[in-house]
Design a protein around this ligand. Structure first.
Ligand SMILES: Nc1ncnc2c1ncn2[C@@H]1O[C@H](COP(=O)(O)OP(=O)(O)OP(=O)(O)O)[C@@H](O)[C@H]1O
Length: 806
């Protein structure tokens, strides 16, 4: 009988007897009923809460509010605020949240780092809550930000303070999966997006509609409304329902009537503007006074109190030395270095990484992949001792904690750009410092404007030359070693000049005042790259000077462009054509630029002049043609034999010959001689075939030789092996024989005996030798048997006798 296997502990035992069947139905029904009751009571509670809150809206008095709990906010929002230790509202929050809750349009302006994000996120959440918004209701609020990182930051803040609400939110920014966004967008209640991506979805996504949308927020509103995004934003706004609530926030707020009209604002509340609303006349006056954009005025032009500001004046070519020395002297600090273009940020990052300053380095700019940008943003957020080279993508809204220094290496375009860059430091009542680097030609205008508009007492810093360390020699060495770094330096050089060239404010940015050679050398470039647009500009100026001046001075359309800031701008940086500008809203036709002329001058189309070339441009193709004509051999290859003698390259000779013949023919009849070309090609073909055959033959010969040698080697190995085998066999036989036979060792050695007989003399010598050896070894009197090499009985007796005697 077979033994039954015992069941292991893990194995299931016999099934327990089935429980008597119970009727689940009453329980289920009971649960459903209970759930319904619960949800009904929940709804009733929510309804009651909403009623109570709404009743309090009219009583909100911003001046008496000291804590968030005093605002009529939902339990869910209050709970999240308390969890993240937001107990006391900042000034802008105190002043704006009440109005926003009441459903008014708000224009909020407050210094950088003063908490504007919460000032609009809280009303957004409350609005949807009060209107009992659910997932199925679609998009209720849209928040637009000019940069992707800022949109991401707002999204993260929303996730925190909206964590107890049931709304869904989506981040819609460029560089992400469009398909994924497309399928999810219609399910989102709150969308946080950049203008370009939002418009793309509006145009391409049939599932996306904004008819239900009730709230629009523009963060960094002045940037969203400025020329860079003008057309995109106009198209977006067209798709929104007109009866929505709109909130605009920025540290440098717009209040031009034109912008307000575009947004269809209804009697907006101004927060952070003082008591008086700007009238049309005031707005016009402010616009006239504005330095950069006619028709714009900024409401708040202030910087945090704890921000220390200073500036330094340096020639352009000294900037890298100054930056290197600055970083070396501030290794234990968190620093942002602002430059004008992506290519500069990239090059500075690359070369400083090679130079190894002894502190972590990062670079954030628009042409990086989106995931990389977010990773760098988060890296900078986390680290406490780090230097980040950035373009203006990082200048607005980003809330990096504890930034010690903001270094504006390239002059900002205007006062608002200065404010936003500087505002990355000294946030939320923390301390910070800002250093502005100016070239001598920028100093007067920029400092004058800052003093005038910001009433700023900015101090000038003089750098001790002893504290400057120039990394130029090292940079030059790296550039010589790494061609890709050299190319990057060239791109940075051109990108900076392009940025200066395209700036609107020609009084501040004068590309002709720059010493290009010195600047190129400071970047480590041995040869100054050609700058076609500056050459063209100079040529045009020359042309203008030669032409007789018309009576009325035409306004010369200066190439103008805002730099930095939005992603859309940054992505354009990739264009290699330095004259061609994709953006249609910018006038960069490039008419002659007279730096003395003001923009207020009368507008008149300049006469179209067809430029006559003074000198024919020398192209690479032309140079190549010249070389062919002269019969120069470009890139000829020299081969050397083992003795160091040059080998004639038959192919090159052949080419030269055919080229010469072709040339001869060309000289004869001009144009292309098809017959001759065909014949030459055939000839070349024959030559190639011949060469190929030879090569194949040579290879076969070599192979044969190799095989022969291998076979010989194999044969000799086999012979050797055979011999070895024979020897081994013989030895084995001998051994086996000796093992099987009787011990005959006592017999005299026949060889020796035979030898003795054959050669007595030899034996004598051997004996002598043996005697000698014996003497040397100092052997005792007894000796081993010569025949058997063993001690005989006699010998043993002799030993014993010797021992006894001694
Ligand atoms: N009521 C508050 N209490 C404490 N901290 C706050 C409060 N409100 C905001 N903050 C913090 O202040 C910091 C700056 O906030 P935020 O980024 O919203 O400033 P901002 O005004 O939008 O700045 P910017 O003008 O640069 O965009 C953030 O770290 C935020 O968490």
């Amino acid at each position: 009988m077979q033994k039954q296997k015992r069941k292991g502990p893990g194995r299931p035992g016999p099934r327990p007897p089935p429980k008597p069947a119970t009727n689940h139905k009453p329980n289920k029904q009971h649960n459903q009923k209970r759930a319904k009751e619960l949800s009904r009571s929940k709804l009733a509670a929510t309804e009651m809460e909403i009623q109570e809150l709404r009743a309090k809206y009219d009583e909100i008095d911003a001046n008496s509010i000291e804590r968030f709990a005093q605002f009529p906010l939902s339990q869910k929002t209050q709970k999240a605020l308390a969890e993240y230790k937001y107990t006391t509202p900042t000034e802008v929050q105190r002043q704006s949240i009440g109005h926003a809750l009441q459903g008014k349009d708000v224009l909020g302006a407050a210094i950088t780092g003063s908490g504007k994000t919460l000032a609009f996120l809280i009303p957004v959440l409350e609005h949807l809550y009060m209107n009992k918004w659910s997932r199925s209701d679609g998009v209720g609020a849209i928040i637009i930000s000019p940069t992707r990182e800022l949109a991401y930051q707002i999204f993260e803040t929303l996730k925190r303070i909206g964590k107890h609400h049931d709304f869904s939110a989506g981040l819609i920014i460029g560089g992400k999966n469009l398909k994924f966004e497309r399928t999810r967008m219609d399910q989102c209640n709150i969308l946080i997006c950049t203008p370009g991506r939002l418009l793309q979805h509006m145009d391409e996504n049939p599932l996306f509609n904004t008819t239900s949308m009730e709230m629009l927020v523009l963060d960094e509103a002045d940037r969203c409304l400025d020329m860079g995004f003008q057309k995109t934003l106009n198209s977006i706004i067209e798709n929104f329902p007109p009866d929505r609530q709109t909130l605009l926030f920025s540290a440098t707020q717009t209040n031009t009537l034109e912008d307000l009209a575009r947004l269809n604002l209804k009697d907006p509340v101004y927060v952070g503007y003082g008591a008086a609303k700007p009238t049309a006349a005031a707005a016009a006056a402010a616009a006239a006074a504005a330095d950069t954009k006619p028709g714009t005025s900024t409401a708040v032009l202030a910087l945090p109190e704890l921000l220390q500001q200073s500036y330094v004046v340096l020639p352009l070519e000294e900037k890298i030395t100054m930056l290197w020395s600055f970083i070396k002297n501030h290794l234990k600090q968190k620093i942002i270095v602002f430059v004008s273009s992506c290519k500069q940020a990239k090059y500075l990052y690359e070369i400083f990484c090679k130079l190894r300053p002894g502190v972590g380095l990062l670079a954030l700019y628009g042409s990086l992949h989106q995931d990389r940008r977010i990773a760098i943003y988060e890296d900078f957020l986390r680290k406490s001792h780090v230097v980040m080279f950035a373009t203006d993508v990082a200048s607005r809204g980003l809330d990096f904690p504890a930034v010690n220094w903001v270094l504006q290496l390239d002059c900002p375009e205007d006062v608002s750009q200065y404010i936003h860059r500087a505002g990355r430091s000294a946030r939320n009542k923390a301390r910070g410092e800002c250093l502005l680097v100016l070239t001598p030609s920028e100093e007067e205008h920029m400092i004058g404007t800052l003093r005038e508009q910001l009433h700023l007492d900015i101090r000038c810093v003089h750098i001790d030359p002893k504290k400057l360390f120039s990394p130029r020699v090292k940079i030059e060495a790296f550039l010589a070693q790494f061609p890709e770094l050299r190319a990057s330096a060239q791109r940075a050089f051109l990108a900076y000049l392009k940025s200066v060239f395209l700036m609107r404010n020609k009084r501040l940015f004068n590309v002709l005042s720059l010493d290009l050679d010195a600047y190129a050398q400071s970047l480590g470039l041995a040869v100054t790259p050609r700058v076609p647009f500056i050459e063209k500009l100079k040529w045009r100026q020359k042309q203008q000077a030669a032409q007789p001046q018309p009576e009325s001075v035409p306004e010369l359309r200066a190439p103008s462009r805002r730099f930095g800031g939005g992603d859309e701008e940054e992505e354009e940086e990739e264009a290699d054509d330095f004259i061609k500008i994709k953006r249609r809203d910018h006038d960069v036709e490039g008419a002659a630029v007279d730096l003395e002329l003001t923009l207020d001058a009368q507008v008149e189309e300049p006469e179209l002049v067809v430029p006559k070339r003074e000198k024919k441009l020398v192209t690479k193709a032309a140079l190549a043609k010249k070389a062919i004509k002269k019969n120069l051999q470009v890139n000829s290859k020299l081969k050397f034999d083992e003795d160091g003698q040059t080998l004639a390259d038959e192919r090159n000779q052949m080419k030269a010959l055919t080229a010469r013949e072709q040339q001869k023919q060309k000289d004869d009849d001009g144009g292309i001689n098809l017959m001759l070309s065909k014949a030459l090609l055939n000839e070349e073909d024959q030559y190639d075939k011949q060469r190929f055959r030879e090569l194949v033959k040579r290879r076969h010969k070599l192979q044969r030789e190799k095989l022969r040698k291998k076979a010989e080697q194999q044969q000799s190995d086999e012979e050797q092996a055979e011999e070895d085998d024979e020897e081994q066999q013989q030895q084995d036989e001998m051994e086996s024989e000796s093992e099987q036979s009787v011990d005959l060792s006592w017999l005299p050695d026949p060889d020796k005996l035979y030898k003795k007989r054959v050669n007595d003399e030899e034996e004598e010598a051997e004996e002598e030798e043996q005697e000698q050896e014996d003497e040397d070894e100092d052997e005792p009197a007894f000796k081993k048997s010569r025949i058997t090499d063993k001690l005989t009985l006699l010998d043993t007796e002799a030993i014993a006798a010797n021992l006894l005697a001694s």
